[in-house]
Design a protein around this ligand. Structure first.
Ligand code: NAP
Ligand code: MG
Length: 486
């Protein structure tokens, strides 16, 4: 794990097909969260760098990239499947070190990454318009066309998955891309962009500008030369992004936070739900937008099912990235303070800790580790019941009946995902269809999984859909043609 780093030539910003130094003097330290130590550096991109990257993307649209057919774009994306598979171990080690997650999780992320490229490679030439019955002597048709230059801003939690999820459908549709990855973890996107150049993507099709959100991110999202923004991150930054998009009269998709519920009825199968409920809150230390951070449990199930969840939760191990266990550290000291602040507040409010995860021997003393906690019963108006923590904290909230479960599940500002656990098929459907969220799972839960499944929020979780075929529609727009021939 200690050797994981970028090849020497991957340094600075990727603009016009070349790695180049930033125009300012700035470089930023890259810290490994499990070590609390610097292990690499990235360029601090400036407004001037964003200008150059947008110009490079614009030029690509009228250059070689813009001349490619859909099938040729698909073939280029297809080459990335093999490239990612060939470099999977290198990329997984880099991802584990940069984000702090266990290597097994990073390997799973790289499998998903290759699958994104595979999906959008295959889909590139399968998006088409329609003909429309219209006036006699006229042919009316629609065609899907790229937006132009698309801006992509992604977070630090799953960079290896977010990169292909965001740029895959954009490139499949023929857009030229400028990405600003997150300062806290962005090395695998840089390496993958480099592999894209090696795979033969024409200069300017993909541009990477690292740097601070408030500087490079703000410059990109407000740039008059972009035509669409794809943003994944916090609800607060989402407001800034949407405001910037409004100023340029362009569209955006916002994938924001969540406070997703696992709704467990008394007739649910514990053998199935227990491991899934645990994984949904501990995966990447709860730093998953679709983390199942609320366990809503029917009061009648408290005695039979809750102790089984607690027992499994107590078996969760916090580990270094190279070790076997469920979770590593959180991303930075600010996130550690935030999670521990919520835990301290819960303790001050007198909320019982039902179970605690275990800190393994051998954790670095300078890493950003936090103790996983399962806390409850949590009163419904407590911050733990409604606010996104983005850490390994599971809030347990009992409910009385089906109507109560639905009201409770919908009683947060967020609306990303939900899980429904019951043996009653009709009830499962009723509850699932009453959820004000973008994705519902019944007797399963795929936190973040499912490349084929349209994903996105309602309410404060954002709007627009990424993943699946739907993303191809988001990353393109419609042109209607009317041809008179009488
Ligand atoms: P964040 O601050 O919103 O950061 C996300 C990205 O936006 C980063 O690349 C960041 O850059 C950039 N950024 C920050 N301020 C900006 C600005 N003013 N203009 C343009 N870009 C800006 O979010 P975070 O706190 O790091 O990430 C955690 C949040 O993301 C959580 O709320 C989580 O739920 C959400 N999230 C959602 C999804 C989803 O799919 N729905 C997935 C993952 C995470 P720097 O960090 O480099 O400054
Ligand atoms: Mg890092």
């Amino acid at each position: 794990m200690r050797t994981a780093t970028l090849p020497d030539h991957v340094t600075g910003l990727l603009i016009d097909g070349n790695w180049q130094p930033p125009s300012g003097a700035g470089w930023l330290d890259v810290v490994a969260p499990a070590e609390g130590a610097v292990f690499a550096r990235i360029a601090a991109g400036t407004e001037a760098d964003v200008d150059r990257a947008v110009a490079s993307a614009r030029a690509a649209l009228s250059g070689d990239w813009g001349q490619l057919t859909a099938v040729e774009r698909g073939r280029l994306l297809g080459r990335m499947v093999e490239a990612v598979q060939d470099h999977a171990e290198e990329l997984a080690a880099l991802e584990a070190r940069d984000t702090g997650k266990p290597i097994a999780q990073a390997r799973a992320d790289l499998i998903a990454c290759a699958r994104y490229f595979e999906y959008y490679a295959g889909a590139a030439d399968k998006v088409h318009g329609e003909t429309i019955p219209f006036l006699n002597g006229h042919l009316a048709a629609t065609e899907r066309v790229p937006h132009g230059v698309t801006a992509h801003i992604i977070p630090w939690n799953y960079p290896a998955q977010m990169f292909p999820r965001s740029v895959g459908p954009a490139l499949a549709m023929g857009n030229a891309v400028v990405m600003k990855p997150a300062e806290d973890a962005c090395l695998t996107p840089l390496r993958m962009a480099d592999l894209m150049i090696e795979a033969g993507f024409p200069a300017g099709a993909i541009n990477m500008v690292t740097g601070l959100g408030r500087e490079a991110g703000a410059a990109l999202s407000g740039h008059p030369g972009i035509d669409f923004i794809s943003f994944i991150g916090s609800s607060e930054t989402g407001i800034a992004i949407q405001t910037a998009a409004a100023r340029n009269h362009i569209g955006c998709t916002l994938e924001l936070g969540g406070k997703s519920a696992q709704i467990v009825f008394a007739d649910a199968d514990p053998a199935r739900l227990v491991p899934t409920v645990i994984a949904a809150i501990t995966q990447h230390a709860g730093q998953t937008c679709s983390a199942g951070s609320r366990l809503l449990i029917e009061r009648a199930a408290m005695e039979r099912i809750l102790p089984l969840v607690a027992e499994a939760f107590a078996g969760v191990r916090v580990v270094m990235p190279g070790m076997e266990g469920q979770l590593g550290p959180v991303i930075n000291p600010r996130q550690k303070a935030r999670v521990e602040g919520y835990q301290a507040r819960a303790a001050a409010d007198g909320l019982p800790v039902i179970a605690r995860g275990r800190m393994s021997d051998g954790l670095s003393e300078t890493g950003y580790f936090v103790e996983p906690q399962m806390i409850g019963p949590v009163p419904r108006d407590n911050p733990l019941a409604v606010e996104e923590i983005f850490g390994p904290v599971l809030a347990v909230i009992p409910f009385e009946d089906e109507a109560d479960a639905i009201a409770l599940a919908n009683a947060t500002p967020y609306g990303l995902t939900a899980g429904v656990w019951t043996a009653d098929g009709a009830r499962a459907l009723r509850v699932a269809r009453a959820m004000q969220v973008g994705q519902v799972f019944v007797n399963c839960y795929g936190a973040g999984g499912g490349i084929e499944l349209p994903f996105g929020g309602m309410k404060k979780s954002g709007h627009g859909r990424e993943k699946g075929f739907e993303a191809l529609l988001e990353f393109s727009t419609l042109r209607t043609l009317v041809i008179r021939h009488d």
